[in-house]
Design a protein around this ligand. Structure first.
Ligand SMILES: [Zn+2]
Length: 123
């Protein structure tokens, strides 16, 4: 069995804020694509503006995904959204299952099973 780790420690607040801000940046970049492209297509010089909007959006998307991939879980210290080469922007840590809003929720008596628990915890 794993040792008990609290789910709502005040030590997690700065780390969870960082995780939430990077998730927000990623979703904003994804959402802004359609309105930006519609504006570019309505412009008189649309061929140039579509290329500018697409290249800018692609660079922002790469940066946002890289930031979201590299953010660390404040409880276990592993990458919050990444397990090996796989990027999964779920609301729980892929390693210890800490919720992204754990500092705003009631403490969980038993942490749910992590989706991809680390293999090294056998006793
Ligand atoms: Zn974790």
């Amino acid at each position: 069995m794993d040792e008990y780790k609290p789910t709502n420690s005040p030590d997690y607040i700065p780390g969870l804020k960082k995780v939430r801000s990077r998730r927000l940046f990623l979703w904003l970049v994804i959402i802004v694509y359609l309105p930006a492209m519609m504006l570019a297509l309505d412009s008189p010089d649309y061929k140039t503006w579509v290329a500018v909007v697409f290249v800018t959006w692609l660079v922002l998307l790469i940066v946002a995904v890289a930031f979201a991939c590299l953010v660390r879980c404040p409880r276990c210290g592993n990458c919050f959204h990444t397990h090996g080469p796989t990027f999964l922007p779920f609301r729980r840590c892929l390693h210890c299952s800490l919720h992204v809003n754990a500092d705003k929720r009631a403490p969980e008596e038993h942490s749910p099973q992590a989706r991809f628990p680390d293999q090294e915890t056998d006793d």
